[in-house]
Design a protein around this ligand. Sequence first.
Ligand SMILES: Cc1ncc(COP(=O)(O)O)c(C=O)c1O
Length: 374
Amino acid sequence: MQMSERLRRAPVSGIRKMFDLAASDSINLSLGEPDVLPPDEALKGMNDAAVKGMNRYGPTAGVPQLREAVASRYSSYGVNAANIMITPSGTTALMTIAQSILDPGDETLVPGPGFVVYGPHTMISGGKFTEYRLTEDDFQPDIDDIQKKITKRTKAIFLNYPSNPTGGTLSGTSFGAIRDIASDNGIVVVSDEVYEPFVYEGKHRSFITELDNSIVVNGFSKMMAVPGWRMGFVIAKGDVIGDLTKMAYHMYACPNMPAQYGIMNALPSVDGYLKGVREIYRKRRDLITSRINNIDGMKMSAPKGAFYAFPKFSFDMTSDEFAMRLVKEKLICVPGSAFGEYGEGHLRFSYAADEEKIIKGMDILEKVANNIGR
Ligand SMILES: Cc1ncc(COP(=O)(O)O)c(C=O)c1O
């Protein structure tokens, strides 16, 4: 069967490709999937809801009590339940937004290196995307590059901080510059903040303060270690939530009902849970950073957020070739090129894996890098 031109042209995710190559006894540092347990309250809340019969369709924008619970988590920004839409995952939220805001021929700017869905979502929605460069080392949006790439058709800038794959967080200067570019040019900022709970230094700067021309995406996959539940949310102005809800109805009718009750049950106490999880990730971050910086030909700054290391390497090979050498030695990571043209020269390792796995993985990396370097 012939699929649409726009679907055929959209690339498959390079992250999944590496995952599919993994031998069963490999050390897999390729996936951005928390290995910690979800909060007990979430499991209990979801289970109870299913047993009690909350298995029917629900409101498209989510169960009102959960919308309220999410709004109260962000109440310092002045949002209320009307600003919240619960979605079946951050990915679905992003696609719902792309489908809602883009007309054929509209353009988006997406971060490079950046998470793998923004470009394909643009294409599938009939638009055209261009990558803007992130600066080396601290991975801030390169404002000159963005200015150069804005056209009359630029509808949206995708932003992702804390960042996958780089682990960078957004500086105050970058925040201000993006805010000004967006308002000066009538561009929507789609700010993907799913790693917001995982900041190890400094603070998270959220575009919830800029809802006049921003839509914020967040989710529970990382926050509560439940990626298989497919639970996310959008924060936007009330009228935008209304429009997105119209699109959501046609895409998926409503989010998973029992899972919403699970999230609702865990949300009031999630800060205590996250404090513990952050400490676990912080230790692993320090471990992986020091191991990588001890390898000749590789270097990185300690990531300030998320749970990824994105070192640069100086060997005369592509990131794909380097990653394949590692696969042969049973270490799975993701080549930087999977995150766009500006990701070349890097590898991405997820440290959402226990210390033993990180140590074994780094032993393999060191051995392979030393062999290449010789
Ligand atoms: C930056 C970023 N945004 C969004 C997502 C999507 O998360 P989910 O669809 O599980 O909510 C991911 C998942 O890896 C991510 O890394």
